[in-house]
Write a protein that binds this ligand. Structure first.
Ligand code: HEM
Ligand code: HEM
Ligand SMILES: Nc1nc2c(c(=O)[nH]1)N[C@H]1C(S)=C(S)[C@@H](COP(=O)(O)O)O[C@H]1N2
Ligand SMILES: [Mo]
Length: 369
């Protein structure tokens, strides 16, 4: 295979794997499934095209034609193996934890490092692709052969892959011994938000912003009868499918009266963590105070029975008194410890900073209540 064709194919595979990987972080709907397929194919192809590449450069390394940038190529090789290895190990059901990070988190970290290292390697070595690098029949046949090989690995991995896994790659948590949902999924604050427990009696939710009548709503008004069945799917690699109970956001917004020109609704935590959704999507979302279980014992017993279903109040770790439940959105959108619902006329770009910085606010650190 022509050297430059191999090299630029490696660049393409790395770019596609990285882009689909990053995009996968925000995909929570089944229509986004293809992103994960493309991600795996790009990853498999990267690993396969590595073979002719190393075959080609090994003599160069062996003959000590080393310079200041050789290290980049060597590190790229190492990172390629680490990234594809951790990806496949995750899919195959592997577990691993180091420095507070699990296997999937390390996979993501390695992915970012690989892109940085490959950029360095390319700046030092890349030569432009010419027409004759991919015009030859032999080259085309070989290239297609490799690509077909990568695609053929997809059904193989599907057969080998661990289950139950969601299409996002997340593994199920929060199920009882009998396999039905229970209130036992992990409490995860990925930026180490750790507020003090909020007192339900004193807690108030502000409904504010672009509304006719700003409201201060007490717990009893949020703990309603609206329900939503939806999976909380954390990008850290777990999901839990629950029936959530509380009040539909749209019902609250109707009470406050959304003003003309509103387009977004921002959900804010006591820690400063916040996210916003388009108005229509926000209306369908739920402010949840409880999870519901039919049958006995799955909710750990501290709930109240009603109509055969047991309702368990959201524990502090899960964002009680009330959290956002946004069906179809990844877990990071499901703001915990809600204190405000704000109607906006434009999206809030600073939320991208807020979801990384909320562990550093006095409330987020738990210094003040
Ligand atoms: C992402 C996976 C890649 C790996 C693991 C990798 C690995 C290596 C290694 C180990 C070497 C020999 C050490 C050195 O002289 O630097 C090398 C050389 C080289 N690489 Fe890469 N590389 C990758 C991607 C790329 C890309 C994307 C390009 C350019 C588009 C590229 C172009 C080159 C060139 C031109 C050389 C000089 C050696 C020769 O052409 O014979 N590589 N690579
Ligand atoms: C840049 C280089 C990357 C490469 C080469 C790569 C490669 C892979 C491979 C080969 C797999 C296994 C796929 C399978 O067997 O189905 C995988 C899985 C996965 N990767 Fe990556 N990856 C990269 C970056 C990323 C990034 C940046 C993210 C997220 C930000 C990410 C998220 C994931 C997830 C969520 C899975 C599990 C998918 C599943 O369980 O079906 N990857 N990756
Ligand atoms: N205030 C706040 N809300 C938050 C988070 C956070 O760190 N702070 N983490 C989010 C993430 S990344 C996930 S996956 C879910 C986790 O919810 P759980 O603790 O009930 O599992 O909450 C989301 N809501
Ligand atoms: Mo998460």
């Amino acid at each position: 295979m022509p050297a430059r064709l191999t090299d630029w194919t490696l660049a393409l595979c790395t770019g596609v794997a990285f882009a689909t990987g990053v995009y996968s972080l925000v995909t929570g709907r089944a229509e986004g499934r293809w992103v994960f397929v493309l991600h795996a194919l790009a990853g498999f192809a990267l690993a396969l095209f590595l073979a002719p590449k190393l075959w080609r450069v090994v003599a160069r390394l062996w003959n000590r034609r080393w310079d200041a940038h050789t290290l980049a190529g060597l590190l790229a090789t190492l990172l390629t193996l680490l990234v594809t290895g951790t990806g496949v190990a995750w899919v195959a059901g592997g577990t691993f934890a180091f420095a507070g990070f699990g296997l999937l988190n390390w996979h993501i970290v390695f992915g970012f490092v690989l892109v940085a290292i490959t950029s360095w390697h390319m700046l030092a070595r890349a030569k432009p692709l010419r027409r004759r690098d991919f015009a030859g029949r032999r080259a085309a046949v070989r290239w297609l052969g490799f690509a077909a090989f990568a695609a053929a690995l997809w059904p193989v991995q599907a057969a080998v892959a661990s289950s139950p896994r969601r299409f996002t790659g997340s593994r199920v948590r929060g199920v009882g011994a009998d396999g039905t949902p229970s209130a036992t999924w992990p409490a995860t604050s990925w930026v180490a938000d750790a507020p003090r427990p909020l007192d339900r009696a004193a807690w108030r939710l502000a409904v504010a912003g672009h509304v006719r009548t700003p409201l201060e709503v007490a717990y009893g008004e949020i703990a309603g009868d609206d329900t939503a069945s939806a999976a909380l799917d954390c990008t850290g690699g777990f999901y839990t499918a629950q029936t959530w109970r509380g009040v539909r956001v749209g019902a609250l917004l109707d009470r406050a009266g959304v003003r003309e020109g509103a387009g977004w609704v921002r959900f804010r935590s006591v820690t400063g963590y916040r996210w916003s959704l388009p108005l229509d999507e926000a209306r369908d979302a739920l402010l949840a105070t409880h999870t519901l279980y039919t049958g006995n014992g799955n909710g750990n017993g501290n709930g109240s029975g009603s109509g055969g279903a047991e309702a368990v109040p959201l524990a502090h770790g899960h964002g009680g008194p009330a959290r956002l439940v946004a069906p179809g959105e990844r877990g990071f959108v499901w703001v915990k410890w809600l204190v405000a619902v704000e109607v906006l006329t434009a999206p809030d770009p600073a939320q991208l900073v807020a979801i990384h910085a909320s562990g550093f606010t006095p409330e987020g650190r738990g210094d003040i209540g």
